[in-house]
Ligand binder design. Structure first.
Ligand code: LHQ
Length: 264
């Protein structure tokens, strides 16, 4: 696929998926979602990719649905079928991110709004620039959160803050986002690119299979009982205890050296 609204490249075990509509703060379009889906599929199939980073070009991370795409259809008599637009685009994109069997980092370089915030929430880790801002923009338009916002946000910040953000549409700065647990770390804007690369390459050198299994276990545990979770842990641990990375981890500990994980 010839990408026009994203770029995707792999460097040092990190897949970099960049949204490239900087003039529109990387607002999402039908095309962008399809391109993102394709790139996510490539990352999933590529054993050389052990961490995926999602980032925006320019001063925005992602401003959510491109509202001009939405209104253009109304004007020319072909209104967007919203439910179908979500099902075939954003819903699949969010699911693909959540289900990636590797760590996913949202590098929140600037504003994340509406479905753009959902995109950041679908990642496992959020590293924010000091210039980042966060808003559940939907209510400002008379809409409900979509793209998983109702499921993801309360899991990240808790029910009360999720409800507050969703029904006020208030803008949070990076420090407030850190305080409520919406992001994992904030770094000054000028240090952000280097800090993000370092974080991503650290995660790409980690035991990828164990990270994939941990993501799945913690997500499942939120809807399972303790006894069901204990059993799933036993099955996953038996699998990982037979993996090359476990051998390497134990060997490195006993040899008193740094482990060199391969992701297998
Ligand atoms: C934009 C956008 C944008 C187009 C900035 N679209 N151009 C909904 C409906 C239906 C189907 C499926 O899904 C959804 C899900 C959703 O995501 S609904 C939520 C949609 N997003 C929003 O409502 C956010 C709209 N944007 C804003 O409120 C502001 O732009 C924020 C707070 C994000 C940033 O404000 P500023 O930093 O002051 O930037 P700006 O407003 O000046 O924007 C810069 C440019 O980007 C500007 O274009 P221009 O040509 O005038 O320079 C904006 O029009 C454009 N832009 N967001 N979503």
């Amino acid at each position: 696929m010839n990408y026009q609204e994203i770029s995707y490249e792999v460097t040092n075990g990190v897949g970099w998926m960049r949204l490239t509509r900087p003039d529109k703060l990387n607002a999402l379009t039908t095309r962008m979602a399809q391109e993102a889906l394709e790139a996510l599929g490539r990352a999933r199939e590529d054993e050389g990719v052990r961490c995926l980073v999602i980032i925006g070009e320019g001063r925005g991370f992602c401003a959510g649905q491109d509202l001009t795409e939405f209104t253009a259809g109304m004007e020319d008599g072909s209104p967007l079928d919203v439910a179908q637009h979500l099902r075939s685009g954003y819903n699949r994109m969010i699911t693909a991110i959540v289900e990636l069997p590797m760590p996913v980092i949202a590098g929140v370089n600037g504003v994340a709004a509406g479905a753009g915030l959902s995109l950041a929430l679908a990642a496992d880790l959020r590293l924010a620039s000091g210039a980042a801002r966060f808003l559940q923009a939907f209510i400002r338009l008379g809409l409900v959160p979509d793209s998983g916002g109702n499921w993801l946000l309360p899991r990240v910040v808790g029910f009360a803050k999720a409800l507050e953000m969703s029904i006020t549409g208030d803008v949070l700065d990076a420090d407030e986002a850190l305080r409520i647990g919406l992001v994992n770390r904030v770094v000054p804007a000028e240090e952000f690119p280097a800090a993000l690369t370092e974080y991503a390459e650290r995660m790409a050198a980690a035991p990828t299979r164990a990270i994939g299994a941990t993501k799945a276990l913690i997500a499942e545990a939120l809807r399972l009982s303790l006894s069901e979770t204990l059993e799933r842990e036993a099955v996953a641990q038996a699998d990982l205890a037979a993996s090359p990375d476990f051998g390497e981890g134990v060997g490195a500990f006993l040899d008193k050296r740094e482990p060199r994980f391969t992701g297998r």
